[in-house]
Design a protein around this ligand. Structure first.
Ligand code: GRF
Length: 203
């Protein structure tokens, strides 16, 4: 199973994905790590770990459509089975999403459908929720929407700052993405007739 991972910054989720795949127990390869910014810190880490990298700078393109077309070309060169968004901070056009329909996965730092968009930890604290977490889902043209593959939950504590909460959620993000990459590599994830995710072999 070939994966391409898209990042915009630090890339700690990408590192988890690469580490999971390089641990060697999975029939999988991370074919490339790509970013929309040349200064995404994760790119250097990926190179140091022997993963090909590419940058498709969104600022070089006049429109989202043109950027997405260039990004899609760069991805297709690797013929991945799955494209994993891991802290990729660009909204993708419907044309891009359709092109990778059923093969595009995102991680979002909230328990969707609560708190789509940005600043999810602030939103969670402002709302006073007692549980927060992350969601890994298939991407559809609607932002932070789409069939849910896995969710991880953390408690919210009374004195949490957004950073505290982000740290706690990030740990669960890493665990969940490692699990999901394993399921995908083993061909255990499918969509049923209702577009709900089925994972075989998980109770
Ligand atoms: C993660 O919390 C991810 O869910 C969100 O942005 C953060 C990226 O972190 N969209 P990293 O780049 O994977 O370290």
């Amino acid at each position: 199973c070939r994966f391409v991972v898209l990042i915009s910054g630090r890339g700690s989720n990408m590192q988890t994905i690469v580490n999971t795949v390089q641990a060697g127990h999975l029939p999988a390869t991370v074919s490339a790590v790509m970013a929309n910014k040349a200064d995404a810190a994760g790119l250097e880490w990926a190179q140091a770990h022997g993963i090909p990298t590419a940058v498709v700078p969104h600022r070089d393109y006049d429109s989202r459509e043109a950027f997405d077309a260039a990004l899609a070309e760069a991805i297709e060169a690797y013929q991945p089975h799955y494209v994993l968004l891991a802290g990729f901070m660009r909204v993708l056009t419907p044309a891009f999403v359709e092109r990778f329909n059923g093969r595009l996965i995102n991680i979002h730092p909230s328990l969707l459908p609560a708190f789509p968009g940005l600043h999810t930890h602030q939103q969670a604290l402002a709302m006073g929720v007692q549980w927060h977490g992350c969601t890994i889902h298939f991407v559809t043209p609607v932002l932070d929407h789409g069939p849910i593959v896995a969710q991880g939950m953390v408690p919210v504590r009374a004195d949490d700052t957004p950073d505290d909460l982000a740290q706690r959620v990030l740990q669960v993000e890493h665990r969940m993405y490692a699990d999901v990459v394993g399921w995908l590599a083993q061909g255990r994830v499918s969509l049923d007739a209702m577009q709900r995710v089925q994972v075989s072999g998980v109770a």
